[in-house]
Design a protein around this ligand. Sequence first.
Ligand SMILES: C[S@@+](CC[C@H](N)C(=O)[O-])C[C@H]1O[C@@H](n2cnc3c(N)ncnc32)[C@H](O)[C@@H]1O
Length: 236
Amino acid sequence: MKLSNRLNHIIKMCNYSDVIIDVGCDHGYISISLIQKNKCKKCYAVDINEGPLNNARSNIKLYKLENDIKCIQSDGFDFLNQNGNISAVIAGMGGVTIANILQQNKDKVNDMDYILIQPNSYPKDIRKFLYNNKIYIETEDVVFSEGVYYEYILIFPKRQGVLTEEIQKFLLDFEYEISTCIMNNIDGKYNDFILYKIRKYTLILKELEKIRVKNYEKWNTFNNRILKLREYLNDN
Ligand SMILES: C[S@@+](CC[C@H](N)C(=O)[O-])C[C@H]1O[C@@H](n2cnc3c(N)ncnc32)[C@H](O)[C@@H]1O
């Protein structure tokens, strides 16, 4: 099965876990690839809506993986009543929806080995939720796929991580909007992403400059963010 860069990177970032729950499975490609790449023994393909779940069912049948992937209609983790070596992927939804899915079943979330989150928008809402709930972010990444930068947030809820002062300051300075992965911009890996964010903030500055009654506070906030982002560019 040929996957987009976005989906491929999800599979790459998943470590082995006995069970992986694919929340919001829709087409079921994540579940199918996780099984094909031996990332888990059993996959639960979960969707709140019947239409997408039927979509997943037909694709799973096409790949003859009905014994390895169980399709479940559920709102997030509501269906889950077991523990053990269980992990999850929550991908392709907005940040608020994903934060709500985590919030709704916080105890179950805290019992999981890892959760890989790939929001399609508003990743800041997820970072803010994780920060406020003291859930440690193990690692973050950004991947360019089909004209869009996608962000990945990997959490290990059982691990007691400590957020350094530097990371806390970073999150608060950018109001959770920027992925912490740019702090490790080795070999300029994230330069394009940083430049993309600088261009976005520069456009916001220009819009603010057009307004007759100037909002200097807002202008300064974005200007400071641009200056800070430049510090993370790696010229080597
Ligand atoms: C755009 S699709 C993403 C499909 C796939 N995960 C991907 O990344 O390509 C989002 C899916 O999430 C489902 N969804 C939305 N809210 C959900 C929830 N609370 N619990 C389970 N599924 C949900 C939708 O029905 C839809 O099929």
